[in-house]
Design a protein around this ligand. Structure first.
Ligand code: NAD
Length: 316
């Protein structure tokens, strides 16, 4: 059968994750990388990963691992990658200049009906597309996944000011067809939504540790044994909605003044860039909890847990 073709630029961690998501949904995938060695590694890793998921009963989609692998091809020619592709997912390293030069290359190669989506975690789409000659015709946007995308369904879709509504909607439907759960931002904003919320949490966690109120282990427990359990099911507004007899309006009527009073005590944004005593202390405590040589093992535990959690969430 002739399936829609997806092109993936960059065959590292995130490029491979997208390849797996698209192949699971039956799309034909082609991966491009500037390094041949990376493509070879990607092919080996995909083979290993898909067979291991199949053994665990955690493979997505209706196709067998071998059938999914057969859908994934590799090329070192950008021209070949873009030919007949309905969607290009860009997964090159997080360096603005690198992304800029790649997008100007793509600008010269693409017709108007291919959407180019960046996996970027941090760059607003206007940053690397404003200089493009054909930015009005060039259908580009951000489709930001969370790691590991195979088990975390959220995708943030973010437009540049010149992204068309049609490109946004096509990408949203494409993500839904993978079984992902997209949200589309009305306009671009620094940090998108996920990192804005994540950084607000990191800032407050930092303050609580720096001021000696909680240890790293305890502050992380507040999320992993407390708030995080609710948030694995509900967002913070629905949580509030359930937490007052009359729903969310009642919640803010009861607790709004308290929220404002506590919020007024937060103080300035911590300087997390400075390599001062606070960071040294946080690093020491984190490394006591998980020594650096055990990070891979801990990541594997996280992923195994997420497999179970993804199954559990399907029941609700
Ligand atoms: P990575 O370093 O694992 O992979 C990058 C790949 O791009 C490498 O294979 C490299 O050889 C290739 N590459 C470099 N220059 C290239 C070029 N000009 N053309 C084609 N390929 C090129 O990086 P990653 O972790 O997969 O991140 C990729 C993107 O995904 C980044 O924008 C990152 O911000 C975003 N992202 C990463 C995560 C994460 O947790 N790692 C999560 C969400 C989004």
């Amino acid at each position: 059968s002739v399936q829609k073709k997806i092109g993936i630029v960059g065959s590292g961690l995130i490029g491979r994750a997208w390849a797996m998501l698209f192949a699971a949904a039956g799309y034909t995938v082609q991966m491009y990388d500037i390094l041949e060695s990376q493509l070879v590694t990607a092919q080996q890793e995909l083979d290993k990963e898909l067979h291991s998921l199949e053994k665990k009963g955690a493979l997505r989609g209706q196709l067998k691992a071998s059938e999914q692998l057969a859908l994934i091809g590799f090329t070192q020619q950008l021209e070949e990658l873009v030919r007949d592709a309905v969607h290009i997912q860009e997964c090159v390293p997080e360096q603005l200049q690198l992304k800029k030069s790649l997008y100007s290359q793509l600008d010269g190669l693409l017709g108007g009906d291919t959407v180019v989506a960046s996996s970027t975690s941090t760059f607003m789409p206007s940053l690397y597309s404003e200089g493009l000659q054909r930015r009005q015709q060039f259908q580009m946007l951000v489709a930001h996944p969370l790691n590991p995308p195979y088990f975390i369904p959220l995708v943030e879709i973010v437009p540049a000011p010149w992204t068309t509504a049609e490109a946004l909607e096509r990408t949203r439907l494409l993500m839904l067809s993978l079984g992902q759960r997209p949200v589309t931002l009305k306009r671009e904003i620094e940090g998108f939504a996920t990192n804005r919320i994540q950084y607000a949490i990191l800032n407050e966690v930092w303050r609580l540790v720096e001021s000696g109120i909680l240890s790293v282990a305890d502050v992380d427990r507040v999320l992993s044994q407390g708030l995080g359990l609710r948030y694995a099911l509900l967002g913070s507004l629905e949580t509030a909605h359930l937490n007052a007899p009359g729903g969310v309006a009642d919640y803010f009527k009861r607790f709004g003044a308290e929220i404002s009073a506590v919020s007024a005590t937060y103080g300035p944004t911590p300087d997390t860039q400075a390599e001062g005593a606070a960071l040294a202390d946080i690093a020491r405590q984190c490394e006591e909890l998980v020594p650096l040589e055990q990070l891979d093992q801990r990541r594997a535990t996280r992923d195994a847990f997420l497999i179970h959690l993804a199954r559990l969430k399907k029941q609700f």
